[in-house]
Design a protein around this ligand. Structure first.
Ligand SMILES: Cc1ncc(COP(=O)(O)O)c(C=O)c1O
Length: 157
């Protein structure tokens, strides 16, 4: 839970209380759409500690990563910090290429990876090859694309 009055800051005490014996995963979206909220690195690590303690998957929607109002707020991908995190990325926001319909997930957890790969194989088999080609071009030029906009709108000192 988070409120505008608290600048949308994620309330980890609320989260701790909300975890039930049958809770399997926590889903976050950071940078958050539509508020633009980005949690601190310390908060993300605390959140990961909660997930570890309860053996929970952390599904982290990071499609707005690199579009933070302030460059120094960019967090590491959750999947680089936690072995049971699944990070979601896409070409649609940071790269402005929504029409390609290309995104990705990354995780260190092989079991989750295999299950998702199987699901993808069963439902849509593969992506559009021209979209993958264009996405590769854009990813290789990523720093030029998302660095084209200055991102120092609300830097705290
Ligand atoms: C937070 C968030 N995640 C995922 C998506 C889906 O993005 P896509 O257009 O690449 O399917 C959106 C789209 O608005 C979004 O806001």
């Amino acid at each position: 839970m988070s409120y505008e009055a608290d600048n949308w800051d994620l309330d980890l005490d609320w989260l701790r209380e909300a975890i039930q014996p049958n809770t399997k995963a926590i889903v976050i979206n950071c940078p958050h759409n539509p508020t633009g909220y980005v949690m601190s690195r310390a908060k993300l690590e605390e959140l990961i500690a909660i997930c570890r303690k309860h053996n929970l998957i952390l599904f982290s929607d990071e499609v707005y990563r690199f579009l933070e109002y302030c460059e120094k707020d960019t967090l590491p991908a959750a999947c680089d910090l936690y072995e049971n995190a699944v990070s979601l990325g896409a070409m649609s926001k940071t790269y402005g290429l929504a029409g390609l319909r290309i995104g990705w997930i990354a995780t260190q957890n092989k079991e989750i990876y295999q299950a998702m790969a199987k699901f993808k194989d069963f439902t849509s088999i593969c992506n559009s090859a021209p979209s993958e080609f264009l996405a590769t071009l854009a990813l290789r030029q990523g720093d030029k694309i998302y660095s084209a906009q200055p991102r120092n709108y609300c830097c705290k000192s």
